[in-house]
Design a protein around this ligand. Structure first.
Ligand code: UGA
Length: 431
């Protein structure tokens, strides 16, 4: 390995914690992962991975001699030189981040003997690091360094993003901690950006908010394309060729979802408002994104005349392909709105975890696309699963009562679908 092998305690065995642990073990460090959920630790100790993330299982297995898992915080920090805080920071009712899990970890660090640095990877409001620093000082841990090291890994490609990042952000005011973290990341192919703690915390929130803004911007352009006859895909392709703008995150659709953009944009808005500033652009982004799946339901209702007793097939449930994650998925809003209009719903998804809470307990999940389409008056492509390209759409049409396909992710050529006998709707395109 490049650099010295270190002992790291990773708190939180979720998407971020496990990917961080697996990648640091891969780089040659010894890692103890601590989580408060007994089932998670049991699975990990049995060699299973509690979440779906491509490449993660192999990485954990290949480096298992350098990885261990525990429920016991004291055991995790016993030999640790670095403590990585990777717990979740879910939103409170006001949109603020709930930091109780972060603070519980900080509390547990007070008995650590060998600790050189505490590092926060969890997404937190700017200023959290300064408060943690003060808490460590008060607990007699003034000699322990503190750093913010936000993550920019997307679900479905988190291992690749971690090992080949666009940048590694290290926010700390002390040189020894900056050097230690740079050394921990030795072997990772990406430029390191050193800065103060508050700026590092802001980089994370600003990055996600700007990506959410880009998506929302193209969704609004798509609405105007529908009204004017322009094609948003062609517009995005040509706009994105300007290297100052870039093509990424200019795919119009049913709105952004997931565990990050919705939560982080609300947290940044709440943080702004706590400072007395109204972040007007972000307010609009959040409002437009909330409306995006509702607009789709309204358009479908207009097309069908009514949704009452109409059978609608939802193709895809997860917030994006390549994950089993349903957190803040636009599909849930679609299902709720369609059910409220009296529609009868079927759905298909290759990976979504079974959901038995509302609205999914009122939706009939079927094992294949064609079975989900059976008897449907309309189908909505909600998640752009590549498996949808393997469907024989000409044949599938005969399963439907009315061949209306609303391509909510613009994944198909509408002319090809029209030739296969479908009435097509999409987002920001003429058909
Ligand atoms: C996002 C960021 O991309 C990561 O950089 C960040 O580290 C992560 O949040 C996080 O904060 O932990 P993720 O939520 O996994 O990652 O998913 P994305 O691939 O960014 O997609 C988010 C949502 O935006 C999805 O619902 C997706 O369908 C939607 N999207 C994305 C669009 O509607 N259009 C696009 O052009 C791109």
């Amino acid at each position: 390995m490049q650099g010295t092998a270190r002992s790291i305690a990773v708190f939180g065995a979720g998407y971020i914690g496990l990917v961080t642990a697996a990648c640091f073990a891969h780089l040659g460090h010894r890692v103890v992962v601590r989580d408060i959920q007994p089932e998670r630790i049991r699975l990990l100790n049995a060699g299973d991975v509690p979440i779906y993330e491509p490449g993660l299982g192999d990485l954990l297995a290949d480096n298992k001699e350098r990885l261990s898992y525990t429920l016991d915080a004291a055991e995790a920090v016993h030999d640790a030189e670095v403590a990585y805080i990777c717990v979740d920071t879910p939103p409170t009712a006001s949109g603020d981040a709930d930091l109780s899990r972060v603070w519980a970890v900080v509390e547990a660090l007070k008995d650590a003997d060998h600790l050189n640095a505490v590092v926060v990877k969890s997404t937190v409001p700017v200023g959290t690091g300064a408060r943690i620093r003060a808490a460590l000082d008060k607990a007699g841990l003034g000699h322990v360094g503190y750093a913010s090291n936000p993550e920019f890994t997307a679900e479905g490609r988190a291992v690749t993003d971690f090992l080949h990042p666009d940048r590694i952000v290290i926010g700390t005011s002390d040189h020894a901690t900056a050097a230690l973290l740079a050394e921990l990341h030795a072997g990772i192919d990406g430029p390191v950006q050193h800065m103060d703690v508050a700026s590092a915390e802001m980089v994370k929130l600003a990055s996600n908010a700007l990506l959410a803004t880009k998506i929302t911007f193209i969704n609004e352009i798509a609405t105007l394309c529908e009204a004017t006859g322009a094609d948003v895909t062609r517009v995005a392709d040509a706009v994105g060729m300007d290297h100052r703008l870039g093509r990424h995150f200019l795919n119009a659709g049913l709105g952004y979802g997931g565990s990050c953009f919705p939560k982080d944009s609300r947290a940044l808005r709440a943080m702004a408002s706590n400072t007395g500033y109204s972040f007007q652009l972000l307010n609009a982004v959040i409002e437009v994104n909330d409306l995006q799946p509702r607009r789709a339901v309204q358009r479908l209702k207009t097309e069908l005349g009514t949704l009452a007793q109409r059978r609608v097939a939802l193709l895809g449930m997860t917030f994006k392909p390549g994950t089993d994650d349903m957190r803040e998925a636009p599909s849930t809003v679609l299902a709720c709105r369609l059910l409220a209009e009296g529609a009868l719903l079927t759905c298909w998804d290759p990976m979504a975890r079974p959901a038995d809470a509302a609205p999914w307990n009122a939706v009939e999940r079927r094992p294949t696309v064609v079975e989900a389409l059976a008897g449907a008056d309309a189908a909505i492509v909600v998640t752009e699963w590549p498996q949808l390209h393997d469907v024989d759409w000409e044949q599938a049409r005969s399963a439907m009562r009315n061949p209306l396909l609303f391509d909510g992710r613009n994944m198909f050529d509408p002319h090809a679908l029209a030739r296969a006998g479908y009435t097509c709707m999409s987002v920001g395109r003429a058909t």
